[in-house]
Design a protein around this ligand. Sequence first.
Ligand code: CDP
Length: 228
Amino acid sequence: MRKIIIAIDGYSACGKSTTAKEVAQILGYFYVDSGAMYRAVTVYFLEHHIAITNPKEVARALKEINVSFKINPQGNTEAYLNGLNVEKQIRKMQVSEWVSQVSAIKEVRAAMVEAQRKMGKKKGIVMDGRDIGSVVFPDAELKLFLTADLLVRAFRRQRELLERDELVDLDSVIGNLRQRDEFDSKRKVSPLVKSKDAIEIDTTHITIDEQVDEVVRLATGKMVRPGR
Ligand code: CDP
């Protein structure tokens, strides 16, 4: 079977990462959470008090940033910033509050997109984000666009934060998701859009297993079929 690229895009907290991670494990593919890369850059910018409106400062900072991924003993991919594991830090609410502004900077996007394309050179990759099917891998063999009701997404995200010992009230979570969706969809550079050739999956009423099964079924179809 040929190796393909699977691009999963969609709104905040609609199950992209969970789906992508499990699909990659089943197919023996490499999983890349592109949002984790923008979150890691945000952690660096916050820690170093980078003025995001100053392009020179941003460019200088980007030269100092290296984001990579390693697989932990449990088989999960974790994000590293300049060699340090930042997996916990990047999921914090404070980072969620800043990440959309950071990821709207064109120099930041250029650096991340370049790194993401390198990771996909050999195919056999599942990448999730906002612009994976539209900008990073426009020729991806399988493109998916995930959606879900805002309230369902907010409950899921609140539970995830709680599992990481961060208690955030539901209104704040809803506010953050709504704000990021709007900001991500309206920004000038690579806005969140559904590619024409992407298959939409609404995850509101389906289980993670059903989501994963559907994506694996679609992927397998592409892997055995010649052409796109
Ligand atoms: O997991 P969640 O849906 O909260 O978001 P994420 O995938 O971790 O992405 C965090 C933020 O990074 C998004 O709200 C976008 O602003 C940005 N992002 C992006 O601009 N492009 C991507 N390919 C991935 C994420």
